[in-house]
Write a protein that binds this ligand. Structure first.
Ligand SMILES: [Zn+2]
Length: 219
């Protein structure tokens, strides 16, 4: 059996001769001096919504945590294992990032699962159901609007859940402190997989707009 799948080995070969060769000095400096990313991104595991690709980012630029449906749980220290919360703690307390972006996306399988009737979110053997119960309340609200199509429902919950996660993010005391001190900005965005467009959340209204496209139209 191969040690690694062929496509990974081929991809790493291409990385060594391409990107690593071009950015070797940067990689060596990052190794020597450590990382100091200014921006944390909380994104979905979905293979089509990789933040480093979407933002064309350089090594050392983004501190990324990915989980199912890019959710932030409320601050709740206890004996459970909190992977996402640990990453937030390190980014804010350790790295002192200046920005945190919650990056949602279209056609999200996790959000679809949250909207699927008949699932038992509290089943102890079901990690996804339990995890997605973080957005149970808006999922029920969206599901109750009979006039919405399945697609409209999905997009609505994808965007509402970003606002939910932002609220939960602010329940972390050090996040709230740094934001109040003007040292940390919190952002939301939604990525359209099929068109590549990025919709940014207005921090006041919570509406999503395309910063590049919509600004051009208004000008
Ligand atoms: Zn997703």
């Amino acid at each position: 059996m191969a040690l690694l799948p062929d496509h990974l080995l081929a991809g790493h070969d291409a990385f060594m001769s391409g990107r690593y060769a071009a950015e070797e000095a940067r990689y060596r400096a990052l190794a020597r001096e450590g990382q100091a990313p200014e921006t944390m991104v909380i994104a979905c595991c979905d293979s089509r919504a990789a933040p480093e690709i979407i933002f064309d980012s350089a090594p050392g630029e983004l501190f990324v945590v990915r989980n199912v449906a890019n959710l932030v749980p409320p601050f709740g220290p206890n004996d459970d294992y909190h992977g996402t919360s640990a990453a937030i703690e390190f980014a804010v307390v350790g790295l002192k990032v200046k920005n945190i972006l919650i990056l949602g996306h279209g056609r999200c399988g996790g959000i679809k699962a949250a909207l699927t009737e008949g699932g038992d979110p509290l089943s102890p053997a079901d990690f996804i159901g339990r995890w997605m119960s973080l957005v149970d309340e808006p999922a029920r609200g969206v599901a109750a609007i009979a006039d919405l199509t399945a697609t409209e429902r999905q997009t609505a919950l994808e965007r509402i859940s970003i606002r939910y996660s932002i609220n939960n993010l602010r329940s972390f005391p050090y996040v709230a402190e740094r934001e109040a001190a003007g040292e940390l900005a919190i952002h939301g965005a939604w990525f359209d997989i099929s068109t590549g467009e990025l919709w940014a959340m207005d921090p006041v209204s919570g509406d999503f707009q395309r910063p590049n496209v919509d600004a051009e139209r208004a000008a």
